[in-house]
Every structure is written in structure tokens, then in C-alpha cells.
Design a binder for this molecule. Structure first.
Ligand SMILES: [Fe+2]
Ligand SMILES: [Fe+2]
Length: 419
């Protein structure tokens, strides 16, 4: 799964508001980071730092930077909305227990054996080879042809992938399917761990490619990743696997679309190797989408009413994008700005949001559900009518006159990029 941006941020005058998660983000003054020094207080940490500086004068510059960090509060953005927990009635946990064998037969088949999986190294210069430097130079030659706005989107996608610990945590919040021990033998837990292991290659590959490209400010990017993982996310799935698997179905398709589009653009810019990298990641996302949508399809079969209500609930709340709390220490609107560039380049757009929803409605045959309760019928009507409503809003937003605007992105050394 993982990741992708919400193209529709209400604060942004350029984009329609329908996909805005009803929440705000604040930078909390509550959290303080004592950096890597495990002292009881900032004061004792500073005394400790002075001792280090005396003993190891060569490290002074680095230590000074760390001291700066100690003085400044660590202020991750935090979600400001009511956090609902455990909304699935406890008796429904039995549904997921009874689906253990089903998951073994139908879900785990979508994992690839490790020996048959691609690895990041298959697409990168071989460090042990004599031709390593030449291979790196070739990579950098090709990367020179790509514009800054493309790199902004690729970096945002990579950062989103790199916040993988958050997504594994999210899956392990779900009642009835969580990995209870960290090495649980249930099919659900096996899936979650192996899925995470597959996803882990995405961030690794993009990160190493971007490092070698020499086009981006790796330190700023690494800071953004640290902030993002520290911030976490609440996709409002309420420990409820119905909501959780609808969310992951949506997200896997969103990432499939996004990586597919960065592949297409790389090809248009003449970088076939990068196109292959992004296309290979997109293929993984597609396989994950197949798996997650299959779970929800099964839930529709067993409990159509509960599942259509969950689908409508998730769509009313809007699908919050996994990296929406991203921050680089400088730009308070980093996610909105990144989303605006992705929208402008056609990598992930408001139209994609509507298309994904329409795809899922069709995939799960929501229009054909029968025998629903009154509430279920209302939910069915709501989700089936939503894609055209979103499209109308989007067209109206597109029709408004847009002001040309550009902002500096720290990821590309504060160069200006059009939104
Ligand atoms: Fe994925
Ligand atoms: Fe991924």
C-alpha cells in the first residue's frame, strides 16, 4: 500500500475540497526531542554534550548541530479530530477468525516468494563492479534530463514509501487481523509482515536512485522522512478491519496510478531505466490492490450490509493520504505544495480520486447488492452517486481562473517549482 497524496486539499485555492480529511494539523509544542542523547533533561544533555566536545574536538560541528536540536522542541504535526477506536462490534471478530483458511488459500497466493522477487540492486549500479563509476555517471546523465518538478513528485512518492513503519502499525491496529506477537502464524499476520517486506523495497530503491542522481538535497529529504514517521497517521479506520481494508484497497490503487505515471513521464523524458524502476514498483502495487480488494469482495459476500456501510463511512470521511502530515522543518504547506505539483504533472489528480472510487464501486459490484437494510440502501446510493459528484466539483474547480504560483522546495535546494 502505502501511500499517496490527497490531491484535493481545501486550504489550497487551486484544488477542490471534496477529498479533504475533516481535520487540521498543528505542530504540537508538547514534544521535545533530546536528540540521540538519552539524558533525563535538556540541561543534563547539554552538560553531556560539552564533555563530548572537549574529548572529541573533531566532532564539534556535528555536536553543535545536535545541541541546536536539543534546544528546539520537536514539533511533529498532529491530527486534530476525534479519534474513534474499536468501532467494529466484537462479535464480528469471529468473521475474520473464520476467514483464516480462506486467507491462506486466497490472500497469501498474492505474495511472491522472496527468491522470485526483484530487489533494488537489480536496478542500480553494482558497487562491487569495476564499471560502478561509469554506471553511476550514466545514471546521472539520464537524471540531468529530468526537470525539478518531476523530482519533487518522485521525492514525495519516495518519502511516502519510506514511512512504511506507519503503515505496518496501521494494519496492526485492526481488530481480528493484527499480528498479536510480531511473529504470529495466522494468515492475516503472515500477510501483513510479507506485504511490509515487499513494500520495503519500494522506498529503498527510490531512495538509492535519488541519492545517486545527485539532483536532490538528501539531507532535507531524510529530515522529512524522520518527521513523517514521527508524526504517524490516523486514517480513521477505527481499529475496524472493514474500514482498514477499504482504505488499503483505495491506497494500493492510488500508488499503482501514481508510480505508473512517474514511469510514463520518465519515459517521455528519455530515462528508460527510471521508467522501468517506477513501472516495476507500480506492478507490485497492482498485485497488492488485487489482494486487498479481494478481502473486501469477500466481506461484501458475507456481510453486504456491514460492508456497504463501512464503504460509505470511509468515503464520507474522505481517504486521507498517508503522507499528509509531511514536513521538512521549513514549509508548513509541504504536502499541499507537493500535491499541487503532482496534480499539475498529472501524476495523481482529483480525477484519479474519483476514478479509483468508481473502479472500486464496479469491482465490488456495489450497484447490484440486494437485500440491504434501509441504512444499507442509503449507503449504497451514496457511494454509487459519489464519483460523478466528485467529477462535477473537480470540473468546476478546473474552470476557475488559477493564479500561476511557484514555491521553493527544500528537496531541490530551494529552487522554485510551479504549483
Ligand atoms: Fe503497495
Ligand atoms: Fe509501495
Amino acid at each position: 500500500m502505502a501511500l499517496k497524496l490527497n490531491p484535493t486539499i481545501a486550504q489550497s485555492p487551486k484544488l477542490p475540497a471534496f477529498a479533504l480529511p475533516p481535520m487540521a494539523s498543528l505542530r504540537s509544542p508538547k514534544f521535545f526531542m533530546a536528540s540521540t542523547l538519552r539524558s533525563g533533561s535538556n540541561c543534563s544533555a547539554l552538560i553531556f554534550v560539552n564533555e563530548i566536545k572537549k574529548s572529541y574536538p573533531d566532532t564539534n560541528e556535528f555536536v553543535d548541530r545536535e545541541v541546536d536540536n536539543i534546544k528546539k522542541p520537536f514539533t511533529p504535526p498532529r491530527e486534530v479530530h476525534v479519534q474513534v477506536t474499536h468501532s467494529m462490534p466484537p462479535q464480528k471478530i469471529e468473521i475474520f477468525k473464520s476467514l483464516e483458511d480462506w486467507a491462506d488459500q486466497n490472500l497469501l497466493v498474492h505474495l511472491k516468494p522472496v527468491e522470485k522477487c526483484w530487489q533494488p540492486q537489480d536496478f542500480l549500479p553494482e558497487p562491487s563492479s569495476d564499471g560502478f563509476h561509469e554506471q553511476v555517471m550514466e545514471l546521472r546523465e539520464r537524471a540531468r534530463e529530468l526537470p525539478d518538478d518531476y523530482f519533487v513528485v518522485l521525492v514525495g512518492d519516495m518519502i511516502t514509501e519510506e514511512a512504511l513503519p506507519t503503515y505496518q502499525t496501521m494494519l496492526n491496529t485492526l481488530d481480528g487481523v493484527r499480528d498479536e506477537t510480531g511473529a504470529s502464524p495466522t494468515s492475516w499476520a503472515i500477510w501483513t509482515r510479507a506485504w511490509t517486506a515487499e513494500e520495503n523495497r519500494h522506498g529503498d530503491l527510490l531512495n538509492k536512485y535519488l541519492y545517486l542522481s545527485g539532483r536532490v538535497d538528501m539531507r532535507q529529504i531524510e529530515k522529512t522522512i524522520q518527521y513523517l514517521i514521527g508524526s504517524g497517521m490516523d486514517p480513521r479506520t477505527e481499529n475496524n478491519p472493514y474500514l482498514g481494508f477499504i482504505y488499503t484497497s483505495f491506497q494500493e490503487r492510488a500508488t499503482f496510478i501514481s508510480h505508473g505515471n512517474t514511469a510514463r513521464l520518465a519515459k517521455e523524458h528519455g530515462d528508460l531505466k527510471l521508467a522501468q524502476i517506477c513501472g516495476t514498483i507500480a506492478a507490485d502495487e497492482k498485485r497488492h490492490e488485487t489482494a486487498y480488494t479481494k478481502i473486501v469482495e469477500k466481506l461484501f459476500e458475507i456481510d453486504p450490509d456491514g460492508t456497504v456501510l463501512a464503504f460509505a463511512d470511509m468515503m464520507r470521511k474522505k481517504i486521507a493520504m498517508p503522507a499528509h502530515l509531511m514536513y521538512d522543518g521549513r514549509d508548513d504547506n509541504l504536502f499541499d505544495n507537493f500535491s499541487a505539483v503532482a496534480q499539475r504533472l498529472g501524476v495523481y489528480t482529483a480525477k484519479d480520486y474519483a476514478d479509483i472510487l468508481e473502479f472500486l464501486v464496479g469491482r465490488w459490484k456495489v450497484e447490484k447488492l440486494s437485500g440491504l437494510s434501509g441504512e444499507g440502501l442509503k449507503a449504497q446510493e451514496y457511494v454509487c452517486g459519489l464519483p460523478p459528484r466528485i467529477r462535477r466539483l473537480e470540473e468546476r474547480a478546473q474552470g476557475r481562473v488559477k493564479q500561476a504560483r511557484s514555491v521553493p522546495f527544500s528537496w531541490v535546494y530551494d529552487r522554485q517549482v510551479s504549483l
